[in-house]
Design a protein around this ligand. Structure first.
Ligand SMILES: CC(C)(COP(=O)(O)OP(=O)(O)OC[C@H]1O[C@@H](n2cnc3c(N)ncnc32)[C@H](O)[C@@H]1OP(=O)(O)O)[C@@H](O)C(=O)NCCC(=O)NCCS
Length: 188
């Protein structure tokens, strides 16, 4: 790994849209890259992003993530500009998104990566993602994607995340318990 660069991670702001859109076009082939409009739609909906900023205020990479349901989150895109690669920034962005999703109660993260993208596959494997299936012709050019998921045992023990998960579980048991009692009363 090369010497670490002083990149600060912070939450995405709408003023970053132009920069992240440029980065996305530089990082992915046209058939895979999300357009500016798609990124804007994601980020004004349920998705959030974390960006990496140089001390000079330029963006060097970003990750977009969202909570899909009670226990599942997804990474929608991850980009690091070529000049900032192999310094741990991709890993830092994924870990930061994992932390945020864990705080929202998410237990499992899913993502898709092109079957041709060996670099990203190596990185995700090192971050405890495992292949669960192959989506045929997922991309516009007809190429395939691997669906990767994190293993439950790989979850961080961040106290905020543990607390949120406990609360969600309790709520779930209370709701299903109430439903069972209601059904039993109905049958008697
Ligand atoms: C994939 C990507 C995000 C990695 O970013 P990065 O900042 O270089 O990642 P890291 O420095 O955290 O790399 C972590 C590890 O992943 C592996 N890795 C990353 N790039 C690699 C490459 N080109 N070849 C082989 N292994 C690679 C290495 O094991 C690396 O550790 P090391 O540098 O100590 O050997 C970046 O290459 C990128 O933006 N690519 C284009 C867009 C993309 O593919 N996004 C992800 C697909 S969803």
């Amino acid at each position: 790994m090369q010497a670490s660069i002083a990149m600060k991670l912070r939450d995405y702001r709408p003023a970053d849209l132009e920069s992240i859109s440029c980065i996305e076009q530089k990082c992915f082939p046209a058939a895979v890259a999300s357009s500016r409009e798609t990124l804007q739609r994601m980020l004004s909906g349920s998705a959030s992003a974390i960006v990496a900023e140089t001390p000079g205020g330029e963006l060097g990479g970003f990750v977009v993530y969202r909570k899909v349901n009670r226990v599942t989150g997804s990474l929608l895109t991850l980009d690091v500009l070529p000049e900032h690669r192999r310094r741990g920034l991709g890993g830092r962005l994924v870990s930061a998104a994992k932390e945020r999703l864990a705080e929202m109660g998410v237990e499992k993260i899913r993502l898709r990566v092109s079957t041709d993208n060996a670099a990203a596959q190596v990185m995700y494997e090192r971050l405890d993602f495992r292949r669960v299936r192959r989506d045929q012709a997922f991309y516009q050019d007809g190429s395939d994607a691997w669906v990767l998921e994190t293993m439950p045992w790989a979850w961080s023990l961040n106290p905020a995340a543990v607390w949120t998960r406990m609360r969600e579980r309790l709520r779930h048991f209370r709701v299903t318990g109430r439903l069972r009692r209601f059904q039993e009363r109905d049958q008697s």
